[in-house]
Design a protein around this ligand. Structure first.
Ligand SMILES: CC(C)(COP(=O)(O)OP(=O)(O)OC[C@H]1O[C@@H](n2cnc3c(N)ncnc32)[C@H](O)[C@@H]1OP(=O)(O)O)[C@@H](O)C(=O)NCCC(=O)NCCS
Length: 174
């Protein structure tokens, strides 16, 4: 298991990606919830129909999703957190990417790709060989975006607490 890496990456004058710990979750929980709220809206889910979806989780429930060995990062613009992602080291050099999120008003400026590229570089730096992630299978726009960023679709799964099929995607360190 690869543990937390205290690394700070400067991208340009105003945009930076910083490591966070789960103890700071109140600082970034709203970024996660607000970002995934648009997904819930797109698919017509509410707290009543999809209570286990990430957009509807309290800070406490969200914290339970952060497993030991989970590295969390915030993308900041002018000291404001506008994006988030986490990487969890698994066995055999595999890293699971979760909760990639950019606040709705900050989308389409390339910040999502910046976080994704950061994760690729981080996994390479940590000696990993693969990034895996799950998507909402029906979200073809997202699937296409990951594919354009080098991820390959490898299968689907169904979880009882989620109202959708998850698609599994992978990127190999090259
Ligand atoms: C996916 C996401 C992180 C991309 O962030 P971003 O900063 O807009 O990404 P980029 O600017 O690098 O790339 C933009 C591309 O992302 C894709 N994209 C943007 N918003 C999207 C959304 N709501 N759903 C799916 N794909 C989206 C589109 O292909 C878009 O291309 P366009 O600008 O030509 O329309 C962001 O849309 C988001 O937070 N979505 C909600 C949470 C989510 O689904 N996260 C993925 C979990 S696996």
């Amino acid at each position: 298991m690869i543990m937390f890496c205290d690394n700070k990456e400067q991208l340009d004058n105003t945009v930076k990606i910083i490591p966070l710990t789960v103890e700071r979750l109140p600082d970034y929980a709203d970024v996660i919830r607000k970002s995934f709220a648009t997904v819930a809206k797109d698919f017509g889910w509410t707290k009543e129909t999809a209570a286990g979806f990430i957009a509807f989780l309290s800070d406490e429930k969200l914290a339970e999703r952060f497993k030991p060995g989970c590295l969390s990062f915030a993308l900041m613009v002018d000291e404001k957190i506008i994006g988030f992602v986490s990487l969890t080291g698994k066995d055999e050099g595999i890293f699971e990417l979760n909760r990639l999120a950019i606040l709705p008003e900050w989308r389409h400026f390339g910040y999502g790709k910046k976080l994704l590229d950061f994760c690729k570089a981080k996994v390479r730096e940590l000696g990993g060989n693969k990034i895996t992630l799950d998507i909402i299978e029906e979200n073809t726009r997202l699937r296409d975006w990951y594919a354009a960023n080098g991820f390959i679709h490898t299968g689907t799964r169904k979880f009882a607490h989620l109202p959708f099929t998850t698609g599994h995607m992978e990127w190999r360190v090259v």
